[in-house]
Design a binder for this molecule. Sequence first.
Ligand SMILES: C[S@@+](CC[C@H](N)C(=O)[O-])C[C@H]1O[C@@H](n2cnc3c(N)ncnc32)[C@H](O)[C@@H]1O
Length: 234
Amino acid sequence: MEESKQNSECQKITNDHENDRFYEAAKKYWDAVTPNVNGMLGGFAQISPTDIDGSKAFLRPFLTISGGKTKNHRALDCGSGIGRITKRLLLSMFQKVDMVDQCQSFIDQAKTYVGAESSRVENFFCCGLQNFVPKTSHYDIIWCQWVLGHLTDDDLILFFKRCKNGLTSNGLIIVKENTTSSPKTEFDENDSSFTRKQDQLKDLMKKSGLTIVAEQKQKGLPKSLLDVYMFALQ
Ligand SMILES: C[S@@+](CC[C@H](N)C(=O)[O-])C[C@H]1O[C@@H](n2cnc3c(N)ncnc32)[C@H](O)[C@@H]1O
């Protein structure tokens, strides 16, 4: 299924086809994944509550509802899949949520999975983040979790810059990603994704003009999994 070009948020950003194979391989991988929480988490559905609790604790202090500066009007869930984060985290804290994912079958499943509260999901965008352009000054929180390894370094920098432009005043980009302790970035041919070192991720944030406001390691995950870090960016 083609990306939904009817949305002004989904644009063909580049005519350079150098990375087409990289993005197509990821799309092929995810198109074959079952649209449920286990599928979203690579067979580790049991870590979802720990992940969500850690995210809530990290995010809450920034919000005006908890004495912080960031409003809770509208959030964007990037690489949302079926809406695990939208359902368990964002809709419990924000009035409206938008979701964006490149996989149409996940977007199709989202209304059913999220349930009645999906009426507060304003937009379900089917779009690769490499082509996604958030509306200017539109989102209080842009949440990016377990998806940024699917963007090349150059596309990630451009995406971060577009996200920065999409934030309301005192808005935040939250990044929650696996990191590797290997000497350099690892590439997984299976799902066509990079696992970056923490320093490399930070370098890309800096190159995008973003400032790291807070960072924290997710606690309580199985030792067999990679370290997961959360960053709040402005
Ligand atoms: C590991 S799952 C995580 C889903 C969700 N963030 C969560 O934590 O439950 C990765 C998601 O990223 C999506 N994805 C992969 N490459 C993408 C891209 N270039 N643009 C947008 N979404 C992408 C996949 O379709 C899949 O839904």
